[in-house]
Design a binder for this molecule. Structure first.
Ligand code: PEP
Length: 247
């Protein structure tokens, strides 16, 4: 299974710097073929120009969210079909920032994954516990519950990747220990057994303060099939170094 290095730009980037970042990554990818897949997920306003900047490169494009319905009266929303039409192959769903800020429930996330599937997009489902939940010894249960309630049954591995993103590790500079990551990723693999057709071939990414200096250690943990990267994906050299660690 090829690892995946995915960059979540979040609400960052205007046209000029987004295009420059994408072109920088495309130039690196043209010079130096990586052994892993590379994905960037810019804000929706940049999808079209970034799709153009990446047109002749191997770097994939993804959205950061989609609606559960294919079209209609949903002001301010974007559908999975629109993402596909803009050149996306992936969409990040259920990110903890959206769960917290937009109140997205597992049921809402499940509908979005169905919509992504209908549009032919691969969904990257984010799961992960808060610090209070980890301290209470509930990390494994929280992740299992999120998987069970967010994943439509019978998905193919190509339709889904799971990103384990402990909420307390996102943007904080803190990461779980390799042992803690190994424990949760093995648990996710087991849980996927009842939910996805071929769980051994479903990518399980780690996300939360992945940086060039910790990427090698994080990416060599068992059952870690890539990284979902926030802050460090906004700097081409840093994201590239992480991708190299994935590869
Ligand atoms: C994220 O929000 O998906 C993320 C992993 O952020 P950061 O790498 O900045 O912790």
């Amino acid at each position: 299974m090829r690892k995946l290095a995915a960059g979540n730009w979040k609400m960052n980037g205007l046209k000029a710097d987004g295009i420059a970042l994408a072109k920088d990554l495309a130039a690196r990818a043209a010079r130096d073929a990586l052994g892993c897949e590379l994905l960037v997920c810019p804000p929706a306003t940049l999808l079209a120009p970034i799709a153009e900047a990446l047109a002749s490169s191997s770097i994939a494009l993804g959205g950061q969210n989609c609606h559960g319905e294919p079209k209609g009266a949903h002001t301010g929303e974007i559908s999975a079909t629109m993402l596909k039409d803009a050149g996306c192959a992936y969409v990040i769903l259920g990110h903890s920032e959206r769960r917290a800020e937009q109140g997205e429930s597992d049921a809402v996330v499940c509908a979005k994954i169905e919509a992504a599937r209908g549009a032919g997009l691969s969904a990257i489902l984010c799961v992960g516990e808060t610090l209070a939940q980890r301290d209470a010894g509930q990390a494994l249960d929280v992740v299992a519950r999120q998987l069970e309630a967010s994943l439509p049954k019978g998905l193919d591995p190509s339709e889904i990747a799971v990103a384990y993103e402990p909420v307390w590790a996102i943007g904080t500079g803190r990461t779980p220990t390799p042992l803690q990551i190994a424990e949760v990723h093995a648990h996710i693999r087991t849980c996927l057994g009842g939910l996805v057709r071929d769980p051994g071939n479903t990518r399980i990414l780690y996300g939360g303060s992945v940086k060039p200096d910790n990427a090698q250690a994080l990416m060599s943990v068992a059952n870690v099939d890539g990284a979902l990267v926030g802050g460090a994906s906004l700097v081409a050299a840093d994201f590239w170094a992480i991708a190299k660690a994935c590869a």
